[in-house]
Ligand binder design. Structure first.
Ligand code: MN3
Length: 216
């Protein structure tokens, strides 16, 4: 994917490691509870890392950075796709989360959200729809396409918009994990409440930085 090198996670290489969270596990409360964060990072994300290393050990493409393996996911084993996506997506997600100091973006990102979706509220509605209509497990995304235009999509399982298997490819700048393990302890079956509360913990400064890198 062109321009993928601008993504912070382009430094992820074999053997993959579980990085520490960039925040304390209680710091997203009440929107995401401490227990969910501990299990999500310490068990789920850790398992993706372990299983990705196992899947690539002995594989002739293991030295290719994960972000470039995404260009050839369709020809790699399912374990690489599932666990490689799992490792990237969670590493990406953690960097995005912080109890918001400002409730919305500014600058060029806000301008493009308004021109693309018809306003910030309309954008949030379309994003929530993508998150709610993803049947089963997956992710909702805001990405930048090859024409440097924003689009919203969702992917199943641990796929992401960088992968050659994605319906629509682009550079992600927001991702929301809608697997039940991301919210079930606190929200049970109320995915809609989890999705709506997400806007309280989007680090818009980080998203704006990713957007500006992607449109460079
Ligand atoms: Mn998850």
């Amino acid at each position: 994917m062109k321009n993928a090198e601008t993504i912070r996670e382009s430094n992820l290489v074999f053997p993959y490691q579980l990085e520490a969270l960039p925040f304390a596990t209680h710091s997203l409360e009440p929107y995401i509870d401490k227990a969910t964060m501990e299990i999500h990072h310490g068990k789920h994300h850790a398992a993706y890392v372990d299983n990705l290393n196992k899947a690539l050990e002995g594989h002739d493409k293991k030295s290719i950075p994960l972000i470039h393996l995404f260009d050839q996911m369709s020809s790699l084993p399912a374990a690489v796709r599932n666990n490689g996506g799992g490792h990237f997506n969670h590493s990406f997600f953690w960097q995005l989360l912080k109890v918001s100091e400002k409730g919305m973006p500014s600058g060029e990102l806000l301008n493009q959200i308004q021109s693309t979706f018809g306003g910030f509220d309309a954008f949030r509605e379309e994003f929530a729809k993508a998150a709610m209509t993803r049947f089963g497990s997956g992710w909702a995304w805001l990405s930048v396409d090859e024409n440097k235009q924003l689009f919203i999509s969702s992917t199943p399982n641990q796929d992401n918009p960088l992968m050659d298997v994605a319906d629509r490819r682009g550079i992600p700048i927001i991702g929301l994990d809608v697997w039940e393990h991301a919210y079930y302890l606190h929200y049970q079956n109320r995915r809609v409440d989890y999705v709506n509360s997400f806007w309280n913990i989007v680090n818009w400064a980080a998203v704006e930085h990713r957007f500006n890198e992607a449109i460079r």
